[in-house]
Write a protein that binds this ligand. Structure first.
Ligand code: HSE
Length: 329
């Protein structure tokens, strides 16, 4: 049985806990923490009752136990770090991840802040301690983009990538165009359904898509790009008139992230696309086209946001680690 500690019980954390509980994955949760409390048991925690506590009084466990206590003291093989993204400092998640790596624990995260801001440092720390740091869930939700780049496209040179990387913006644009909702109505729906970031300005101002683009560029090309290197325009100023105008031309608008090293382009911006363009996907779908030397263009489409969808990426990383490291140890 692989033992995991779960830090963060928002939409993603609850999805991960729920799936570990429901499916027979060979994973047991021995430590858990939300922003106010924590719990530990080396024999495995009763997740149903901890989630019920969370629903009843807003905290899952003992208020005397913090997330740091769980990371430093619990008995686990891998830390699952799914606290909200802080794009400016990456904290407290960077500290959490370092603390686990220093204990020689594997780390799986959906948190974009640490990966965008401190990837090289964290990866070096993981390598030094002989453990894995995986972050499939940071980019494009359920789409296995990192696994595809690491395994499926091995030997290919990635020449450029283009994509829809923010489910919330895509949901808003789809709902505005199809149902004539206002921007505010569509954003409210996206928040209610748990797609938006804790701070939804990250979504609508293109910050979330830009962070994902930085993570991709740094992973694919070994760059050290930062959020400030991305030429960024969001959808927050887009009017229903602009969408109507695009529709009159047989087109629609999508927030597109693109990285084209040969042209020095690293950009997120709303673009007018023909309705049958491969990147015109609806709702919370994400789409990502990789331009490669051997495989040519490959487009991956899948759910980019959502509790269970993101849990899919996290569980894929955990089982990969279990197979590669824990199981063999
Ligand atoms: N808020 C993000 C989105 C969640 O809408 O795409 C997934 O990273």
């Amino acid at each position: 049985m692989m033992k995991v500690a779960l830090i963060g019980l928002g939409s993603v954390g609850r999805g991960v806990a729920g799936m570990i509980q429901k499916k027979d994955l060979g994973i047991t949760i021995t430590g858990i923490a939300d922003s106010k409390s924590g719990a530990m048991d080396p024999a495995g925690l009763d997740i149903a009752s901890l989630l019920a506590n969370k629903g009843r009084n807003g905290s899952c466990g003992d208020r005397e136990i913090s997330a740091s206590d769980v990371i430093k003291k619990a008995d686990y093989d891998a830390l699952i770090e799914v606290t909200p993204t802080n794009a400016l400092s990456g904290e407290p998640a960077i500290g959490y991840i370092k603390s686990a790596l220093l204990r020689k624990k594997h780390v799986v995260t959906s948190n974009k802040g640490p990966v965008a801001l401190a990837y090289k440092e964290l990866r070096a720390l993981a390598e030094k301690n002989g453990v894995a740091l995986r972050y499939e869930a940071t980019v494009a939700g359920a789409i296995p983009i990192m696994h595809t780049l690491e395994h499926g496209l091995l030997g290919n040179e990635i020449l450029a990538l283009y994509g829809v990387l923010n489910g919330t913006c895509n949901y808003i644009l789809t709902r505005m165009a199809a149902e004539g909702l206002t921007y505010e109505q569509a954003l409210m729906e996206a928040r209610e359904m748990g797609y938006a970031e804790a701070d939804p300005t990250y979504d609508v101002m293109g910050i979330d898509a830009a962070i994902k683009l930085v993570i991709l560029a740094n992973s694919v090309w070994g760059d050290s790009k930062q959020l400030s290197d991305v030429d960024r325009t969001g959808i927050d100023l887009l009017t229903p008139d602009a969408l109507r105008l695009a529709a009159d031309l047989g087109c629609t608008i999508r927030l597109i992230a693109e990285a084209i090293p040969r042209k020095h382009i690293l950009r997120v911006s709303p673009r007018i696309l023909e309705k049958n363009h491969p990147l015109v996907v609806d709702g919370t779908l994400n789409a990502l086209t990789l331009e490669t030397d051997m495989a040519k263009e490959i487009t991956l489409i899948g759910r980019g946001a959502g509790s269970i969808e993101t849990a899919s990426a996290i569980i894929g990383d955990l089982l990969y680690i279990n197979d590669r490291y824990v199981h063999r140890a």
